[in-house]
Design a protein around this ligand. Structure first.
Ligand SMILES: O=C(O)CCC(=O)C(=O)O
Ligand SMILES: [Fe+2]
Length: 212
């Protein structure tokens, strides 16, 4: 369990505006997007780290379910993942965590979400891999409040596919392209979503903001 250090974070006016827009969107339609949450240097650093660990064989086929009930099901999801561990966090991951902590602080201050913890994994979707329509929150784990996906694909084109499709109640689904640096947040227990296959490897950092 990670302990979040509630240091006062000084956010730029621009970041505050981005967070405010995200929170409006989250409270209005249960999802929100921040473009350019990461700079291209940050994306680059994370991708280098992701690729190094992938080459070292640290990634595993992602499973479905939780704990010992987890099983691998390529017909449902075809991504490979690596969880970020608290004690092996390299500098560039700390930069990411710092931004996530600032976001958590804003969400708690404005939306009273009581977020205290988070967990993230790298995800690599090989060409053609997908993740069928699903809900992120496990039936037995009500602590995952907000799902957060940050994309690490530089030069992603609309024709590359790999969109995240979010299914909204009583509205047409929304398709979001996994453009590098883009951050998508949505309510983990409310919005079903899926990942469409892509014509390129699709990289991301995916995680959850939790109440404990
Ligand atoms: O990568 C995405 O766009 C979403 C991933 C996802 O739904 C998940 O890992 O649960
Ligand atoms: Fe998901």
């Amino acid at each position: 369990m990670r302990v979040i250090c509630w240091k006062t974070t000084w956010l730029s006016i621009q970041t505050m505006e981005l967070f405010d827009n995200l929170m409006d969107s989250l409270s209005g339609q249960s999802y929100g997007v921040i473009d350019s949450f990461l700079t291209s240097e940050e994306i680059n650093g994370l991708v280098i780290n992701l690729r190094k660990r992938h080459a070292a064989g640290s990634f595993k086929e992602a499973g479905i379910g939780q704990g010992s009930g987890q099983h691998i099901q390529v017909l449902v999801r075809g991504d490979q993942i690596l969880w970020l561990e608290e004690f092996s966090v390299v500098e560039i991951e700390q930069v990411y965590y710092k931004k996530i902590n600032a976001l958590i602080q804003s969400l708690n201050q404005s939306c009273y979400l009581g977020l205290k913890d988070f967990e993230f994994h790298y995800a690599l979707y090989p060409i053609g891999a997908f993740y069928k329509r699903h809900l992120d929150r496990f039936k037995t784990d009500s602590h995952r409040k907000i799902s957060v996906v940050c994309y690490l694909n530089e030069d992603w084109q609309a024709t590359d596919g790999g969109e995240l499709v979010i299914y909204l109640p009583n509205k047409p689904p929304v398709k979001i392209s996994p453009v590098g640096g883009r951050l998508v947040c949505f309510e983990a227990d409310i919005l079903e979503h899926e990942v469409l296959p892509a014509t390129h490897e699709r990289l991301s950092l995916t995680g959850w903001l939790k109440t404990y």
